[in-house]
Design a protein around this ligand. Structure first.
Ligand SMILES: C[S@@+](CC[C@H](N)C(=O)[O-])C[C@H]1O[C@@H](n2cnc3c(N)ncnc32)[C@H](O)[C@@H]1O
Length: 143
């Protein structure tokens, strides 16, 4: 496993620079996914939230319930400071172990699915997302 502390610090630098492309990336994401026009009470779960910049952006849009999951403790610690929600230090392939069924209106997988490498992990991840989503909830994924 790579040194996630170092990766976490690099991500901090990249996103903290607040450059135009970074801001545009988040704006496109919320617009294209439809998240930006959902009610602010929408409960959101960001799988593989890293240092929490997407959570911070979602919070800045007025959403009050934005939780995250990341397997890296340094990433999760940084993410916790960017949301009033909960950040689980855990495996996204084991969601039913720590998240109750029917908990979220939206589950996001941004830039994380490629970290799962076996069919078994993919199956567990997608069924875990289904488990965490309320009936009629929305799953948003991007590479
Ligand atoms: C490439 S970053 C993506 C960050 C962010 N979601 C984005 O779109 O920019 C992937 C993140 O997923 C986390 N991750 C990788 N495999 C994971 C797993 N099985 N469970 C939880 N988090 C995982 C990594 O620690 C890392 O922070």
């Amino acid at each position: 496993m790579a040194d996630t502390q170092e990766i976490s610090e690099n991500l901090e630098q990249l996103f903290s620079s607040g450059n135009f492309l970074t801001r545009l990336n988040f704006r496109f994401f919320s617009y294209l996914s439809g998240l930006g026009s959902m009610p602010k009470s929408t409960r959101v779960l960001d799988c593989g939230c890293a240092t929490g910049f997407l959570l911070q952006y979602i919070t800045s849009l007025g959403f009050t319930q934005a939780d995250g999951i990341d397997s890296s403790a340094p990433m999760a610690k940084a993410a916790e400071a960017r949301t009033s929600g909960t950040v689980f230090v855990n495996d996204i392939a084991k969601i039913p172990d720590y998240i109750p069924a029917n908990s979220y209106d939206v589950v996001i997988a941004s830039g994380v699915i490629h970290h799962l490498t076996t069919q078994e992990e993919w199956k567990k991840f997608f069924s875990g997302c289904r488990h965490a989503l309320k009936t009629g909830g929305t799953f948003i994924s991007r590479p």
